[in-house]
Design a protein around this ligand. Structure first.
Ligand code: GDD
Ligand code: MG
Length: 359
């Protein structure tokens, strides 16, 4: 049996307003809640039991995923009434694990899309007999991540979470948010209080001379923390740039879910997904975007690299670029727009019906 803990308790603040009612791991990417892709990839790698470590909006996971049987997995839900941080969540979730001391437990951050060879990571963990094996990736700007320099054998030399000082930036290798723990290392994390695995557990293990092993991997990797990367992940899944068995359709330039209505003369591309019950009118152009269930994109609107919340409405000739439009928001006003309103990069429209009628 191979077991995993999936960390899904974070607030997803940077994806607001979409995460006001839906926790980030449940926001749809390529037509299904994002973690459906992580679960499908884990299953394909031989994982058969996943513990979901929930906190924020915990109640929405189980109605969708149930006991996991529909996804070919056994799923267990463990809830923190107060968020325990990443390490505390792993420790808390351990009560639901069957793994015995010496056996491996996978841990995934719930907001990472990657083409990592999970079996390969497990094999490496066994081969080097590490206490913890970490998936690492190289990024151009490592400041928003955990920095993890390694020696020539992959032994982790330090772990610096979100370095503040320039002299701390000693590598472009960062924690990619997937680990293999030996079971007893999890049991040694203090229980019943918040613990950050990045700020507390890993540095303490290194101080104690534990073997932390890093596997630098060059496969697809994206952290979905920001709206732009969430939209990118969805588009890459739709186009098959990264493979997920959970995408409901074959790879292509767009994905139209059953029950969506796209009028002739509308143009979809760049990995756009149009959700169930959503409508895209004639003359609208939707590129590299996520249009959630029941949303409407009216005639002549142009939507690029954006997320349109469920039941939101993008009015005629409105131009939306790199924006997050909240559920039920209304953008544009049919009769008042001549040139079309632009909601610029990074603009977040509150989760409420508003009318935007600037020209
Ligand atoms: N259950 C539970 N409880 N889950 C939590 C909690 C908590 O209190 N806090 C965070 N999580 C979950 C989040 O939902 C997410 O899936 C994961 O833990 C990581 O938390 P983030 O808040 O997304 O952290 P980050 O993106 O700033 O940094 C982490 O990921 C980077 C890679 O994307 C760190 O692990 C970095 O070291 C890493 O480089
Ligand atoms: Mg994150």
């Amino acid at each position: 049996m191979t077991e995993a803990v999936l960390l899904v308790g974070g607030k997803g603040t940077r994806l607001q307003p979409l995460t006001i009612n839906t926790p980030k791991p449940m926001v749809p990417a390529a037509g299904v809640p994002f973690i459906a892709h992580q679960l499908a990839r884990a299953r394909a790698a031989g994982v058969d039991h996943v513990v979901l470590a929930t906190s924020y909006l915990a109640e929405v996971f189980e109605p969708y995923f149930g006991d996991g049987s529909a996804h070919g997995l056994r799923l267990t839900y463990v809830h923190e009434s107060e968020p325990l941080g990443t390490g505390g969540a792993i420790r808390h979730a351990a009560r639901a694990l069957a793994a015995r001391p010496g056996e491996p437990v996978l841990v995934f951050n719930g907001d990472i899309l990657t083409g990592l060879d999970i079996r390969g990571l497990l094999r490496r963990h066994e081969r080097v007999q590490a206490d913890v094996t970490l998936h690492l990736t190289r990024v151009a700007d490592p400041r928003a991540f955990g920095l993890v320099p390694t020696d020539g054998d992959g032994r982790v030399l330090a772990f610096t979470e979100k370095p503040r000082r320039p002299e701390e930036i000693v590598t472009d290798q960062v924690n990619a948010g997937c680990y293999v723990f030996r079971r007893e290392v999890i049991d040694a994390i203090p229980a019943g209080r918040p613990v950050s695995v990045e700020r507390e557990t890993f540095p303490a293990l290194l101080d104690a001379d534990a073997l932390l092993h890093g596997v630098v991997d060059a496969s697809y990797w994206l952290d979905l923390g920001r709206p732009a990367s969430f939209v990118q992940a969805s588009a890459d899944l739709v186009r098959g740039i990264v493979h997920s068995p959970a995408v409901p359709g074959d790879p292509g330039e767009y994905l139209v879910l059953p029950g969506a209505h796209v009028e002739g003369g509308a143009r979809l591309g760049g990995g756009t997904v149009v959700g169930a019950g959503a409508r895209v009118a004639a003359g609208a152009v939707v590129e590299g975007s996520v249009v959630l269930d029941g949303a409407r994109v009216e005639a002549g609107a142009r939507v690029t690299a954006s997320m349109i919340g469920s039941a939101a409405r993008v009015g005629p000739r409105t131009v939306i670029d790199c924006a997050v439009i909240g559920d039920r928001a209304e953008i544009g006003a049919d009769n008042e727009l001549r040139e079309g309103a632009r909601i610029w990069c990074g603009t977040a429209i509150p989760d409420a019906a508003i009318r935007f009628s600037a020209v």
